[in-house]
Structures are given as structure tokens and as C-alpha cells.
Design a protein around this ligand. Structure first.
Ligand code: ATP
Length: 437
């Protein structure tokens, strides 16, 4: 890997993201706060589009997955049961191979994992992973609560409420999109590792005997999703198989992609066995089994999880889309080749002259009902194309004087820069067939 080239690309992306209103450093006028980022006008459009794409894929098109929107703060016992609280404020290091976590002051040899004997340990770090807060007027231990470190725990806790309300039977899944907070010791690589981020998680509950079947199913589904919807091919995405697993896990893979700084984890797909539901049964004292009335069996649900970071998806898309290329009469154009389905602006509507703004504006209002559109009447057409290229707009519509006569417009394709004359009456179909993810 060419580190210098990667760093230059990352700098360019960070700077474009700020200049064009995708991502800003949080609280910048106060010097920023490490590990926190704000999404600007184009950023939030794209973020919502990614959420919608995922939600449609994982919830709306499936009869056996329900949605949930839980609170960020929940009962502190949830984090006791999940194991998050036990590795709290000690100096810890992780074994990258078997995932065992060690208190450095209790290790015989700080270079060797006492669990698997390997030497592949992370740097020791202070483990204040959970973000602490207080609920109520008194700031003491009794009122301590935590911001969720992952969106999946409330899914486990709400499993039976969702099941009863939705009348679902095993196997079925519950999905959630929302903020997660981790007091990362070393936030880095732009939005790749931050302290506040958004996760999109789906927990699929099934019978233990079918666990591996569903694990394979979800792995295939998620890879297909990235290929078909976001265009992540084999040169961009790879599967990393965990050989040594967390003690409760039966199987786990990461989907890794080529981020602007190199390969990194985008999504984890995990076969978590019955660990989560058993733990919540143990800590809550409430029965968490599922009763299979047909089979007359009590089942502790096995969980298959698909867990992806929205911000990492965003960064992967930015890195993959970024290109600089020579064009006629100009030195270089910067272009973001986003898939149309997630582009912040899908159609730029550009009147050739300000004299045409009225008619072009009407068309813009009509099309904006179906696509994410932007109206731009300032500057030369060439300049306006470049502006749209830079934010990744896949199509630009030019309304010219002929449009008044022939009721047609010119559609320019961002990537090929080809121009098609399209009758206004056919515009919606023309664009829909090209934009649909
Ligand atoms: P990593 O090993 O990179 O710290 P992880 O294995 O701890 O990640 P999970 O707990 O499996 O991550 O979380 C699921 C997903 O949430 C990750 O694949 C990633 O996309 C996202 N994620 C986790 N931590 C962060 C973070 N600090 N900032 C942004 N996204 C994150």
C-alpha cells in the first residue's frame, strides 16, 4: 500500500467534504472535539438515503424482519448483562486473534495472550468504552447510566415485546438504525472511528439447529446487497473470516472494504449463539425462552447479527467515488461517482439562461417530488456541471430555448458526459430506470 498516496487522497476527501457541505468537524469554532463529526446539507441528504436503502433492503421488503427505535439510554443492567461494564476503567489490551481481553496489570507476560498463547495483542488502552451520564438530579453511582455502545442490546431486551406485538414466530429478525457511543481511546481516520456514530443492525432470532444455515443466508444477502446496490465488487470488498472467535460466538466474518486509508471493517456478521438472550434471562430474572407450540419445545433463541456502521458506509462511498480526471478545455474535473440511489442530488436542473428560470423552475418543482433535485441558475453551464460533478450528481437537466418549442430537455450523464435529448413527458421514466437502486 502506498501510504503517502492514501494520505493525500484522505486529505482531499476531508477537504472536499467540508467545502461542499458533506461533513464538518463538530464545534469547529471552539477548536473541534476529537471523534465527533457533523453532517452538513449534502451529507445529511446522503446519510438519509443510505439509511433508507438499508431499511428498505432489511425491513420493508421482508415479512420476517420488524423495525425498532429504542432509546439511547436504557437500564444500566443491560450493559452489565452484555458484558460491557465489566471491562471498564482498567488498562486493557485485546488479543486480535481470539478476542480475549486482558487486564494488563494481571497479565503474566504483557506480550503473550494467556488464552491462546498468541502474540498478536493490541496496544494497552484505558477501557472507558461506555459513555457515562446521570439520570435524575443527583450525580452519584445510583443515578449513573450509559449511552448505548451498540444498537443491538435494546433489540435483545425488547425481543418478546416485539414478538408478541407483531405476532412473529421464530425465525424472524429485528432491525434498528441509531446512534451508538464509544469512548474510543484513539478516534481516527475521519469518520471511520469516531466516538458518536450511527449503526444499522439486524438481529435474526432462530432455533439453534438452524443457526449456521441463517448465518450463511445473511452473509450471502449482505454481500449481494453491497454488490448490487452500491457497486462494491471483489476489488473493493473482501470477506475476512475470523478463525478464532469470541468465546460465545459460533462463526463470524467481517466485510472489509478499501477505505481511503486502506482496508478496514465495514460490517460484521456474527453467529452469537444463545449468549445474548441467556445473559438477559440471567440478569433480569425474566424468562427469555421462546415457546414453540407446534413442536412443544422451549427454545432459547440463537442470534445471527448483521452490524454495519453508517458513517463507515459513507466514508467507503466517498473514497470509492472520488476521481480527478482531465476534461476538454479544462485542466481537471473532480467528480464523485456515487451510485445514483444514494447521491445527495440525483438531478441538477439548470436553465440555460436566467430568462428560462420560470419554466425550468416549474419542471424542477415537479421532478423534486420523485427525485432529490437541485436548481442552479448561476454561472456558466460548464461551471454548473463541475459543481454538480463535485457533489456526485449523476444527471443534469438543461432547459434551453428549444425546450420551449419541442418540450424536451437535455440530460447529461455525469460519468460518460453523454447528452440525451429527452421529451419532458418521458423524463420521469427515463430517470427512474437509471436511478433505481
Ligand atoms: P472495530 O474492530 O473497528 O473497533 P468493532 O468490531 O468493535 O469495530 P462492532 O462492535 O462489531 O465493531 O460494531 C459494528 C460496526 O459498527 C462496525 O463494523 C463498524 O462499521 C461500526 N463501528 C464500530 N465502532 C465504530 C466507531 N468507533 N466509529 C464508527 N463506526 C464504528
Amino acid at each position: 500500500m502506498d501510504n503517502n498516496k492514501d494520505a493525500v487522497l484522505m486529505d482531499k476527501i476531508v477537504s472536499l467534504a467540508k467545502r461542499r457541505g458533506f461533513i464538518f468537524q463538530s464545534s469547529e469554532i471552539y477548536g473541534g472535539i476529537n471523534g465527533f463529526w457533523d453532517y452538513g446539507p449534502y451529507g445529511v441528504r446522503m446519510k438519509r438515503a443510505i439509511e433508507q436503502l438499508w431499511w428498505r433492503e432489511m425491513v420493508e421488503t421482508r415479512d420476517n424482519v420488524e423495525g425498532l427505535d429504542s432509546t439511547i439510554i436504557c437500564h444500566p443492567q443491560v450493559w452489565k448483562a452484555s458484558g460491557h461494564l465489566d471491562q471498564f476503567s482498567d488498562l486493557m489490551c485485546d488479543c486480535r486473534d481470539c478476542k480475549a481481553r486482558h487486564r494488563v496489570d494481571m497479565m503474566e507476560d504483557p506480550k503473550i495472550c494467556s488464552n491462546c498463547g498468541g502474540g498478536n495483542l493490541t496496544e494497552p488502552r484505558e477501557f472507558n468504552l461506555m459513555m457515562k451520564t446521570f439520570v435524575g438530579p443527583v450525580f452519584d453511582d445510583e443515578h449513573t447510566a450509559y449511552l448505548r455502545a451498540e444498537t443491538c442490546q435494546p433489540i435483545f431486551v425488547d425481543f418478546h415485546n416485539v414478538r408478541v406485538a407483531s405476532r412473529q414466530k421464530l425465525p424472524f429478525g429485528i432491525a434498528q438504525i441509531g446512534k451508538a457511543f464509544r469512548n474510543e481511546v484513539n478516534p481516527r481516520n475521519f469518520i471511520f472511528r469516531s466516538r458518536e456514530f450511527t449503526q444499522m443492525e439486524m438481529e435474526f432470532f432462530c432455533d439453534e439447529a438452524e443457526g449456521m444455515k441463517w448465518f450463511e443466508y445473511w452473509k450471502e444477502q449482505r454481500i449481494r446487497y453491497y454488490r448490487e446496490k452500491l457497486g462494491f465488487g471483489d476489488d473493493f470488498m473482501r470477506v475476512y473470516e475470523h478463525e478464532k472467535l469470541a468465546h460465545y460466538a459460533r462463526a463470524a466474518i467481517d466485510l472489509e472494504v478499501r477505505f481511503p486509508f486502506g482496508w478496514g471493517e465495514l460490517e460484521g456478521i456474527h453467529h452469537r449463539g444463545t449468549w445474548d438472550m441467556s445473559r438477559h434471562q440471567e440478569f433480569s430474572g425474566k424468562e427469555q425462552h421462546y415457546i414453540d407450540h407446534d413442536g412443544q419445545r422451549k427454545i432459547m433463541p440463537t442470534v445471527i447479527e448483521t452490524s454495519v456502521g453508517l458513517d463507515r458506509t459513507f466514508l467507503a462511498l466517498l473514497g470509492k467515488a472520488y476521481a480527478e480526471e482531465p476534461v476538454e478545455n479544462e485542466e481537471i474535473r473532480t467528480v464523485l461517482r456515487f451510485p445514483a440511489v444514494i447521491a445527495p442530488v440525483q438531478l441538477g436542473v439548470l436553465p440555460l439562461s436566467k430568462k428560462l428560470s420560470g419554466q425550468a423552475g416549474e419542471l424542477y418543482h415537479k421532478l423534486n417530488r420523485y427525485f432529490r433535485c437541485e436548481f442552479d441558475e448561476t454561472g456558466s453551464i460548464g461551471k454548473r456541471y463541475r459543481r454538480q460533478d463535485e457533489i456526485g450528481t449523476p444527471f443534469c437537466l438543461t432547459f434551453d430555448f428549444d425546450s420551449l418549442e419541442d418540450n424536451a430537455v437535455t440530460i447529461r450523464d455525469r460519468d460518460s458526459m453523454r447528452q440525451d435529448r429527452v421529451p419532458v413527458a418521458e423524463l420521469r421514466d427515463y430517470l427512474e430506470s437509471r436511478i433505481d437502486g
